[in-house]
Design a protein around this ligand. Structure first.
Ligand SMILES: [Zn+2]
Length: 198
C-alpha cells in the first residue's frame, strides 16, 4: 500500500501564478522520488480529473532541448491544467527509463544516424523501460480511480488501465515540431505508434 507523505502548496507556470500543490508519497514500488502536482482550479475541475504521466526529461523539461518535445508537452499540460484543473504525475524515469547518462550516450548514437529506439537498442536496452505501476499507486493514494488521460502514447493508456485505473477519455497533446526533433517525432509515430500527426 502506498499513501501520501507530504502535500504542500506552491505556485507554478512561467508567471508563477497558477495555484498548485506538490505531493510526495510513501511506499511506492521503487525508491524513485516521483511527485504529483495537483492543479487547484477546483471550481473548474470536473468530477473526473485530467491526468498526465510525464516522465522526467532533464534536457527537455529544464533546458528546452531541440532533440525532443518533452518540455513543450509539459508546458502545454501546465497551461491546460492551470485552466481546467488536473494532476501531473512527474515520474523520475529519464530517457524512457534508461537514465540520464545512458540517454546522453543514446543522443551520441542518434547524432550518427540512429533513431531514438535504435540507439536505445544498440546500448542493450528495450524500446521502453518505463513502468507505470507507480503512477497507478500514486493515483490510488490520492483516491483517484477514474481519469481523463492526457497523452499520445498507447502504451500509457493500456498499462494504466491494466493497473486498474479507469480511463474515460484520452486527451491528445499537440505536435510540437522543431528543427531538431522531426526524426524523433517520426520514430515515435512509426515505431511507438504514438497518436500524433507529424
Ligand atoms: Zn525529452
Amino acid at each position: 500500500m502506498s499513501d501520501v507523505r507530504t502535500r504542500v502548496d506552491f505556485k507554478v507556470g512561467q508567471q508563477s501564478n497558477i495555484d498548485a500543490e506538490i505531493v510526495s508519497f510513501h511506499g511506492l514500488k521503487t525508491d524513485k522520488e516521483h511527485v504529483a502536482v495537483i492543479f487547484k482550479n477546483a471550481d473548474k475541475m470536473q468530477a473526473v480529473p485530467l491526468v498526465r504521466m510525464h516522465s522526467e526529461c532533464l534536457t527537455g523539461d529544464v533546458f528546452h532541448s531541440s532533440r525532443c518535445d518533452c518540455g513543450e508537452q509539459l508546458e502545454e499540460t501546465i497551461n491546460l491544467m492551470g485552466e481546467s484543473g488536473g494532476i501531473i504525475l512527474y515520474l523520475r524515469q529519464e530517457g524512457r527509463g534508461i537514465g540520464l547518462y545512458n540517454k546522453i550516450d543514446a543522443y551520441r548514437l542518434q547524432s550518427q544516424g540512429m533513431n531514438t529506439y535504435e540507439a536505445n537498442n544498440h546500448l542493450g536496452f528495450d524500446d521502453d523501460l518505463r513502468d507505470f505501476t507507480e503512477a497507478a499507486q500514486m493515483l490510488n493514494a490520492l483516491g483517484i480511480t477514474q481519469v481523463r488521460l492526457v497523452t499520445n502514447n498507447p502504451k500509457k493508456i493500456s498499462e494504466l488501465s491494466e493497473y486498474g485505473i479507469n480511463i474515460i477519455e484520452v486527451v491528445n497533446t499537440s505536435a510540437h515540431i522543431k528543427d531538431g526533433n522531426k526524426n524523433y517525432l517520426k520514430a515515435k509515430v512509426c515505431h511507438g505508434n504514438h497518436l500524433l500527426t507529424v
